[in-house]
Design a protein around this ligand. Sequence first.
Ligand code: MG
Length: 313
Amino acid sequence: MNELVKVYEVGPRDGLQNESAILTVEQKGRLIDGLVEAGLGHIEATSFVHPKAVPQLADADEVMAGAIGRHAGYAAAGPEFVGLVFNERGYDRAWAAGCRSLAFGAAVSETFSLRNTHNTPQAALATARTLIERAQRDGARTRFYVMTAWICPFEGPISPHKTLALVREIADWGVDEIAVADTIGHADPLSVGHLIDLIARRIPLDRLAVHLHDTQALGLANAAMALQAGIRIFDTSVGGLGGCPFAPGAAGNLATEDLVFMAYKMGLGTGVDFRRLWGVVYELEALIGRPIGGRIRQWWESSQDHEPRIDFN
Ligand code: MG
């Protein structure tokens, strides 16, 4: 099967930063290696934020250097390990750890930006632009998160034209990949399709990803609409990590296994080995200490003893 859908795994970063359990460097290393062995070729390994801001990712330097060290030569053909950075200090740390794929971001919503980063979107953009120019000079690969692209937890629905304006600006900077993010997972399928249609009239979709959460059980429906509109890059998290049932408002990313399964049902390859992926989910579940796994889990497990074997690759 051709690899027609690119799965961008964010579990080690977006997933773990929202879990209360803190994994060791070794456990994170095993998680990342398991994902690589399951066929995931693009992994956001960590975020180089201040350790006090996100204690779960305080070991970013070691995690990144370890992943790159164990998968030497990754820049040529192997897996890509991405580090999220928001300032010069984060960039310096990522670079020193050997990271050559960097992700940046800014929010469309003023209120979200002020409350979460104590920065206006304009200031966040100015910082990001400086960092992106540095990355481009350094020959690094660049990705940009357009946060609160549909809904802001404080402002409510965001005008699609406002999001489009930001996406166009970022595209003009020559960023390699732009992830349009439903940061809190409150977008609906029609709005997802509408925004992607709007963007597609202005910029080529091959550089565009959608970053979806499954907060309101619409992750797959939103992904289907994005797929229909031409998106072929999806951010997902193994096990749907990040959705802690004890923390209201904290909700998981769209589960990698759900997206991979849907793509398979549609006849679209992802290059992900579904059985190996479940091996990663089970190992991770033991570490996290609560049930994880996408919506397909119940059917998948109940079908194992009577369904014909399916080749997911
Ligand atoms: Mg997210």
